[in-house]
Ligand binder design. Structure first.
Ligand SMILES: NC(=O)c1ccc[n+]([C@@H]2O[C@H](COP(=O)([O-])OP(=O)(O)OC[C@H]3O[C@@H](n4cnc5c(N)ncnc54)[C@H](O)[C@@H]3O)[C@@H](O)[C@H]2O)c1
Length: 339
């Protein structure tokens, strides 16, 4: 069954649609100007479903989410004769979507674009919300834009080729959404995690739809992240720093980040020990890491350099209960005391 949600002004999010049908969502006048950006894995597994249009293939991994890759793509766009009427379609996980959205925002001062989202993490989170960007010297998403694609297709059939670790990574963002605003979804994950990890269509579709509904509600209320949308950064204050220092996947880093931030929520008196235990056990049952060794000072410096800093204080997301979080400014020094 195909379900559609319209996000921020005009972005159509279509869940259950197939990759091969994406041209139906592009106005006819762009028929001859579509260019696909994808990565080597997606091309290998699903390239036969692509229409006969030029393809720009990039590598994989967080290390390629850089200006260098953007420059290479732009050179290829120029070689292909792309102009302001070209239409970019990013087919891939969060990395392809983040890069495609950024290139589309800056190439020729902005051209139109859409996504076919292929990983669970990108279907429940990364392809939604209009944030695009790249890393700089290892620091996450330091350069980017807010710019919404015309459409996001979440083809759930593509998840069949996704490695199990990547399913787990996607689940970290699902758990984040549940902690922020949907206790029922957290209990659903707790009860149904075996079916979820087996990719039962019914279970996965529910999680994707619900996650998109949650994320979209924050984006519609606060597109530019000046207030409520910051809650979506739960697990990411620590998560981004851990991802940089420990060289682990985004989803795994977010999982450890959620646990660290839950511990701090307890230490600052916002939630009970029982809440921290529930969250930690759930992430563990999904096969996600909940702890990692790190150098406290290095981690602290990485957090300070993260873009969510605000002079000597940062906006920190404290968990009050499952389904309820609050944003409070905390002094770095106070945070350091409790890590
Ligand atoms: N823009 C946002 O709002 C937002 C939100 C969350 C995360 N992100 C970003 O998203 C990125 C993480 O996304 P991700 O986990 O999708 O990473 P990813 O794009 O690296 O994909 C993970 C791996 O799975 C492979 N893959 C993807 N779909 C596949 C499929 N259907 N079959 C086989 N292999 C497949 C990819 O080639 C890659 O090796 C991070 O850079 C993170 O910062 C952005």
């Amino acid at each position: 069954m195909i379900n559609e949600i319209t996000e921020y002004k005009k972005s159509r999010i279509i869940i259950g649609e197939l990759l091969e049908n994406f041209p139906n969502y592009i106005p006819d006048k762009y028929n001859d100007t579509i260019i696909i950006i994808t990565d080597t894995n997606i091309k290998k597994y699903h390239g036969e479903k692509f229409p006969l249009v030029p393809i720009i293939e990039i590598g994989t991994g967080e290390k390629i989410k850089t200006q260098k890759t953007v420059d290479t793509i732009i050179s290829k766009l120029i070689e292909l004769g792309a102009d302001r009427h070209s239409y970019l379609v990013g087919i891939g996980g969060g990395i392809v979507c983040d890069i495609t959205g950024y290139v589309a925002s800056v190439f020729m001062r902005g051209i139109r674009f859409g996504f076919v989202s292929t990983s669970l993490l990108s279907q429940v989170d990364a392809s939604i919300g209009g944030k695009n960007g790249i890393n700089h010297t290892g620091f996450k998403n330091m350069v980017g834009t807010f710019n919404h694609p015309d459409f996001v297709i979440c083809d759930t059939e593509l998840l069949a080729t996704l490695p199990p670790d990547e399913i787990r990574n996607g689940m970290a963002e699902v758990v984040k959404h549940a902690i922020i605003s949907d206790a029922a979804m957290l209990f659903f994950v707790k009860k149904e995690y075996e079916n979820i990890l087996k990719l039962s269509h019914e279970h996965i579709s529910y999680l994707i739809q619900n996650s998109i509904r949650i994320k979209s509600s924050f984006v519609i209320a606060d597109e530019k992240e000046v207030g409520e949308r910051k809650k979506l950064n739960l697990g990411h204050t620590f998560g981004h720093a851990i991802e940089k220092l420990c060289n682990i996947s985004h989803g795994s880093a977010v999982s450890v980040g959620i646990v660290e931030e839950a511990e701090l929520s307890f230490k600052f008196g916002y939630c009970t020990r029982e809440t921290v235990t529930k969250i930690t056990e759930l992430l563990r049952s999904l096969g996600l890491p909940t702890e990692i060794s790190f150098d406290k000072d290095q981690l602290f410096n990485a957090i300070k350099k993260d873009k969510k800093q605000n002079r000597d204080k940062l906006d920190f997301i404290f968990i009050e209960d499952i389904g309820r979080v609050t944003i409070k400014q905390v002094k770095y020094a106070e945070l350091l005391k409790h890590i």
